[in-house]
Ligand binder design. Structure first.
Ligand code: GLA
Length: 585
């Protein structure tokens, strides 16, 4: 008997009436030293439950390797901390999670095989899922309510009705949980649309919905689909995510709180998406691709109740007030904003060229995709010789995945972007036999819709003025280890782009900070080896979040990879985030 059961219009927990008042918090988007702080703040806002996805691609990077469960991925520790805080947990293990996460959480070793029908009952897909669940479930079982843990429900797939209608696949997943000892309540979640609900739900499995507004209408649609059972909004969108080049989306706190009040007044259960968004650290962000490719930014602030750095924002206070009208909230002080580092300037006086760090090449007649090179995130460098000189057109058949910097004899010659559907670039070649280099950046794997798993790198043959270019050296450049970067004082190195820049700064008491890079163009940032993520002056975000725990008392190191060029040799750590011009929805 599961701990959480359903009645004709609600939930019982251990036999007592219960309403889920939950908020989403992705452990993999928050520094692990800050998990307990965020969970405590969830409880203090009045939440009784926290929800998280589980990103398959990071937990199982190698199909034959063990499950990765440490650092940012130490899910058992996160679940233990939630239990210590007295919170229940909802788990959403996918296998597909969407979530603006690279590839929607599907591993590249799976999506790289074009023959596999993803998210279907194709045995090549379900077989891989089964092997993953064989590893995952033993790690989760001690944390299920049946074993005294905090997990009271588990989601099957994610908004499947927006993607497919293979109910045998959904049934396979539900059976996969049951046969591996999950007794807890199972649920599906789908957008509040009759067709989505029809395709994405399963008999005997609770149907929940996702929406951000039109509360009564959305609940009515869910009720039309299921005449009985609890009404549960499994994702109540209280903010939204941002794309590079777009605005910073915000939602008025009073408007979101009024809708939360409507939901709770209707007797529904809710999971706020997001309670705390966190950050797409490193190369973890996803992308959308409807008519054009649009990658998600580094911040996943989401205009959530807790800001990216974990401070209570306007919604925290507004939601706490609403929740107090419907349930008891802890009689404890509302948390104050955390301390911030005093503004600090960082002089970046060390330099190292990027290109020499490219790994050993694979020789190929036509460029290999990054996937074929066995590398999914980061960059790849392609090098060949241009047989003829003069003005001409480079043609990249199939475009680039996702942004390519072109160099002729080491000089920047232009940029191609998947976002703009670029396939050609006019270049001037100074001499026959000039070297062509193409540095391609993976800007994030599509996480929604049919283009999940779209390849990265150079995507097809390249020609110059109609002549096919052959004999490519294809170098992986994953940038997963910077220890070997041979920094030298700026004055002793030739000015090259792209280049690494290094500086040190002193810290008295570690605290959260925000890295501002005025004068810099586009690249990556690391503090003390922790990969903060991508920066880009295209915006909207103008600062990157630096979690306090990555800093240490004394000397600290900032490394930037700048792809284009900089007018400054310094960076700033500020005490205020700047996520760019706002657009209210
Ligand atoms: C859907 C998905 C989530 C997320 C949101 C948008 O609801 O289920 O994973 O992508 O959209 O943030």
């Amino acid at each position: 008997m599961p701990a959480l059961t359903t009645t004709s219009d609600g939930f019982l927990l251990h036999g007592e009436p219960f309403r889920i008042i939950s908020g989403a918090l992705h452990y993999f988007r928050v520094h692990p030293d800050l998990w307990s702080d965020r969970l405590r703040k969830a409880r203090l806002m009045g939440l009784n439950t926290v929800e998280t996805y589980i990103p398959w691609n990071h937990h199982q990077p190698d199909p034959d390797g063990p499950l990765v469960l440490d650092g940012l991925l130490d899910l058992p520790r996160f679940l233990g901390l939630a239990r210590d805080e007295g919170l229940h947990m909802l788990l959403r293990p996918g296998p597909f999670i969407c979530a603006e996460w690279d590839g929607g959480g599907l591993p590249d070793w799976l999506t790289g095989d074009p023959d596999i029908r993803l998210r279907s009952s194709d045995p090549r897909f379900t077989g891989a899922v089964d092997r993953y669940f064989d590893l995952l479930l033993p790690a989760l079982r001690p944390h299920l309510a049946a074993a005294g843990g905090p997990v009271i429900a588990v989601q099957v797939e994610n908004e499947y009705g927006a993607y497919g209608d293979d109910s045998a696949y959904l049934k396979h997943l539900a059976d996969a949980f049951r046969s591996r000892g999950v007794e807890e309540l199972l649920f599906t979640c789908d957008q509040a649309d009759p067709e989505h609900l029809a395709s994405g739900t399963l008999p005997g499995v609770l149907a929940a919905s996702t929406f951000g507004s039109r509360v009564e209408q959305s609940l009515a649609r869910l009720r039309e689909h299921r005449r009985e059972g609890p009404l549960f909004c499994a994702e109540f969108w209280i903010g939204w995510f941002d794309h590079w080049g777009g605005p910073h989306h915000v939602r008025d706190a009073a408007d979101a709180a009024a809708d939360l009040d409507r939901l709770l007044s209707a007797g529904a259960s809710v999971n706020l998406y997001m309670f705390h968004g966190g950050t797409n650290f490193g190369f973890t962000n996803g992308a959308n691709h409807k008519h054009a490719y649009t990658p998600t930014i580094t911040s996943y602030d989401y205009d959530a109740a807790l800001t990216e750095c974990g401070d209570p924002g306007p919604k925290y206070h507004a939601f706490r007030e609403v929740i107090a009208r419907h349930a008891s909230v802890p009689d404890e002080p509302v948390p104050a904003p955390g301390p911030k580092l005093p503004p600090t300037e960082v002089e970046l006086s060390g330099r190292a060229a990027l290109m020499p760090l490219a790994g050993a090449p694979v020789r190929a007649d036509v460029p290999l995709t990054m996937d074929a090179l066995g590398q999914r995130t980061g960059y790849a460098l392609y090098r060949t010789t241009l047989p003829a000189g003069g003005d001409g057109l480079l043609h990249f058949a199939g475009g680039v995945g996702d942004r390519a910097l072109v160099f002729v004899d080491g000089a920047p010659a232009g940029v191609l972007e998947r976002e703009r559907h670029d396939e050609t670039l006019p270049v001037r070649v100074p001499r026959p036999g000039a070297t062509l280099e193409v540095l391609v950046e993976n800007m994030g794997g599509v996480n929604y819709g049919p283009r999940i798993g779209a390849p990265k790198g150079l995507l097809g043959p390249v020609s110059f003025d109609g002549t096919a270019l052959r004999d490519w050296d294809c170098h992986p450049l994953p940038l997963d280890d910077l220890d070997a970067v041979p920094f030298a004082p700026a004055g002793e190195t030739a000015v090259t782009v792209p280049a690494f820049h290094r500086g040190t700064f002193e810290v008295d008491a570690p605290a959260d900070a925000f890295l501002a890079l005025p004068g810099w163009t586009k690249g990556q940032a690391w503090v003390n080896g922790f990969h903060l993520g991508r920066y880009w002056n295209r915006g909207p975000q103008r600062t990157l979040y630096v979690p306090g725990p990555v800093l240490r008392p004394g000397s600290n190191e900032l490394v930037l990879l700048e792809l284009h060029g900089t007018t400054a040799a310094r960076a700033q750590l500020t005490d205020t985030p700047d996520l760019g011009p706002e657009n209210t929805w």
